[in-house]
Design a binder for this molecule. Structure first.
Ligand SMILES: NC(=O)c1ccc[n+]([C@@H]2O[C@H](COP(=O)([O-])OP(=O)(O)OC[C@H]3O[C@@H](n4cnc5c(N)ncnc54)[C@H](OP(=O)(O)O)[C@@H]3O)[C@@H](O)[C@H]2O)c1
Length: 485
C-alpha cells in the first residue's frame, strides 16, 4: 500500500510549533514533524497529537522523506543560529522548487541573506512573521509571509486556512512582498505592540498613582474603553489582568517585578528607523522605557534622592475621558509611525507593500488587533501614497478632536511627576507635524558656524547651498550699529 505523504513538515515543538501543527491538523493538513529533543516529540505524539495523522519523524531526513513534492518545510525554532544550522542540514535533502519557510522572529536582513542563498540553489524561501502567541497559533494567528513569489501558491491554502478570520470572513494572512518583507512587517508590528503596551501602562499609572483608583475600578474603566473605538486586544487583556487575584485576594499584578523583558524586535524597529531616517518616537520611547525599567536599582536610589514636584493630581470630572482620548490619539501616532517606516523600507529594499492590506492582516489573530484598523485600510484606499497616516482627513480630524485632552493629560502628568514617555513623545511628534517651520534653521546656522557645513535658503531654490562667515557678519553688524548711534 502506498503511504500518504504529508502536506508540510514542521521543525520545532516550542509553544508556536506545537500549536501550529495542531491547528494545521484541525484543518485537514497532514504534518510531518521533527524536533531536536526527542522527549518533546514523544510527549506531543502521546498527548494532543495522539490519534491524528501527524507523522513524528525521528530525524530531519525522515521528516523530509515523508513530504509531498514540492516539499515545504517550516522552521519554528529559536531565531538566529538554529535557523542557519537547520537550513544547512536541509539543503542536501531538498530539490529544485522545494520550499523552506522560517516562521520565527528572524531579523529581516538574515531572511534576505538566507533567501538569496537558497534561491541561488533553486530553492524557494519564505520568511513568515506570525503573531498571536500560543492562543493565536492554536486557534488562528495573523500571518505575514514574504519571499520567493513562486512560493505563495504552494502555501496559500495552508496558511489562509490556519490563519485567524475576521467577522467578514477574510483570512488574516496575505502575501506581503519580496525577500525579507514578511519579517520586516512583523518587526514593525512588534514595534507598534511595544508602543501600545507602554501607552496602556502609562494610563494604568495615571489611574493608579494619579487618581488612586483600585484594581476593580481600573479594570471596569479598561472594559468600558474597550467597548468604544479604542477597542483592542491589549486593552481587553489588561482588563482581565487587573481582575486577576492571588489566592489571598491580592492583585497578582502588584506582585510582579516591574522589569520588562524584550526579545529584540522593538530595538530592531528603532535601528531600522535610524538607518532609514524615519521618526518612530512613540515606539522608540517604549523601547527605552523597557531599558529604564531594567535599571531597577538606579530607580530605587533615584526615588530617594531625586526631588519631584510635590503637588498631587487632583481628580477632575474630565480625567477619565481625557486619558482615553490620549490613548486613542497616541494609537494613531504609533500606527502612523509604523506605517511610515514601512513606506520608507519598501523603497530601500525594493518591496511593493500594500499598507491597506497589511492593516487588514492585523485585524485579528495578532497582538495589535484594534478597532481602528478598518479605518486605516480606508485611509490607504483613499490615498495609496499617503506618506503618514495622520495626514489622512479621518485621522487628522480625530487627532484635532482629541489633542486638547491629550495635552492636558501630558501637562497634568508632568506637573504631578508621573512619567508618560510614550504619550508625551506622541504629542511632541504631533506638534512637530503641525509646525511648518521648525528650529532646524538654527541647527543649520550652528552647523555652518562651527563646521562650514553650509545651508539652503528659504528665498533660493532647494539644492543651492550657502556659507556665511558668521564672526565677520556679526562684527560688521556691530560696527554698522555703532556708526548709526
Ligand atoms: N512564543 C511566542 O509567543 C512567539 C510569538 C511569535 C513568534 N515567535 C517566534 O517563533 C519562533 C518559535 O518560538 P517558540 O516560542 O515556539 O519557541 P522557542 O522557545 O523560541 O524555540 C524552541 C524551539 O527551538 C528549538 N531549537 C532551539 N535551538 C535549536 C537548535 N540549535 N537546533 C534545533 N532546534 C533548536 C527547540 O528545540 P528543543 O526542544 O530541542 O530545545 C524548540 O523546538 C521563535 O523565533 C519566536 O521568536 C514566538
Amino acid at each position: 500500500m502506498v503511504k500518504r505523504k504529508a502536506d508540510i513538515g514542521v521543525v520545532g515543538l516550542g509553544v508556536m510549533g506545537w500549536n501550529l501543527i495542531l491547528n494545521m491538523t484541525d484543518h485537514g493538513f497532514m504534518v510531518s514533524l521533527y524536533n531536536r529533543t526527542r522527549e518533546k516529540v514523544d510527549e506531543f505524539i502521546h498527548g494532543p497529537g495522539k490519534g491524528t495523522t501527524i507523522i513524528a519523524a525521528r530525524s530531519i531526513e525522515e521528516m523530509v522523506s515523508c513530504l509531498k513534492r514540492p516539499r515545504k518545510v517550516m522552521l519554528m525554532v529559536r531565531s538566529g543560529k538554529p535557523v542557519d544550522d537547520l537550513i544547512k542540514r536541509l539543503i542536501p535533502l531538498l530539490q529544485r522548487g522545494d520550499l523552506v519557510i522560517d516562521g520565527g522572529n528572524s531579523h529581516f536582513q538574515d531572511t534576505i541573506r538566507r533567501a538569496e542563498s537558497l534561491n541561488q540553489r533553486g530553492l524557494l524561501y519564505v520568511g513568515a512573521g506570525i503573531s498571536g502567541g500560543e492562543e493565536g497559533a492554536r486557534r488562528g494567528p495573523s500571518i505575514m509571509p514574504g519571499g520567493s513569489a513562486g512560493a505563495w501558491p504552494l502555501i496559500r491554502e495552508i496558511f489562509q486556512s490556519i490563519a485567524a478570520r475576521t467577522a467578514d470572513g477574510l483570512p488574516c494572512c496575505e502575501w506581503i512582498g519580496g525577500n525579507g518583507a514578511g519579517h520586516y512587517v512583523k518587526m514593525v508590528h512588534n514595534g507598534i505592540e511595544y508602543a501600545e503596551m507602554q501607552a496602556i501602562g502609562e494610563a494604568y499609572t495615571l489611574l493608579q498613582e494619579g487618581l488612586e483608583f483600585d484594581h476593580e475600578r481600573m479594570s471596569r474603566i479598561f472594559e468600558r474603553w474597550n467597548r468604544t473605538e479604542l477597542k483592542s486586544y491589549l486593552l481587553e487583556i489588561t482588563a482581565d489582568i487587573l481582575q486577576s487575584r492571588e489566592d489571598d485576594g491580592t492583585p497578582i499584578l502588584e506582585n510582579i517585578l516591574d522589569v520588562a523583558g524584550q526579545k529584540g524586535t522593538g530595538s530592531w524597529s528603532c535601528m531600522s528607523s535610524l538607518e532609514l531616517g524615519v521618526p518612530i518616537t512613540a515606539i522608540a520611547e517604549a523601547v527605552y522605557a523597557r531599558f529604564l525599567s531594567a535599571l531597577k536599582d538606579q530607580r530605587a536610589k533615584g526615588s530617594r534622592v531625586l526631588k519631584g514636584p510635590g503637588g498631587k493630581w487632583v481628580e477632575g470630572r474630565r480625567d477619565m475621558g481625557e486619558i482615553r482620548s490620549s490613548l486613542l490619539a497616541n494609537r494613531v501616532i504609533c500606527y502612523g509611525q509604523g506605517f511610515a517606516l514601512m513606506r520608507e523600507a519598501e523603497k530601500a529594499y525594493g518591496w511593493k507593500l500594500d499598507l491597506g492590506r497589511i492593516a487588514l492582516v492585523w485585524r485579528k489573530g495578532c497582538i495589535i488587533q484594534c478597532a481602528l484598523l478598518d479605518r486605516m485600510k480606508e485611509a490607504f484606499d483613499r490615498a495609496p501614497d499617503l506618506p503618514v497616516l495622520f495626514l489622512d482627513p479621518f485621522f487628522s480630524r480625530m487627532l484635532s478632536m482629541h489633542q486638547a485632552s491629550w495635552r492636558r493629560v501630558v501637562c497634568r502628568a508632568t506637573e504631578s511627576g508621573i512619567p508618560v514617555p510614550a504619550l508625551s513623545a506622541g504629542l511632541s511628534i504631533y506638534d512637530g507635524y503641525r509646525h511648518a517651520r521648525s528650529p532646524a534653521n538654527l541647527i543649520q546656522a550652528q552647523r555652518d558656524y562651527f563646521g562650514a557645513h553650509e545651508y539652503e535658503r528659504v528665498d533660493q531654490p532647494r539644492g543651492k547651498f550657502f556659507h556665511t562667515n558668521w564672526k565677520e557678519k556679526r562684527r560688521s553688524h556691530a560696527k554698522a550699529q555703532s556708526s548709526r548711534k
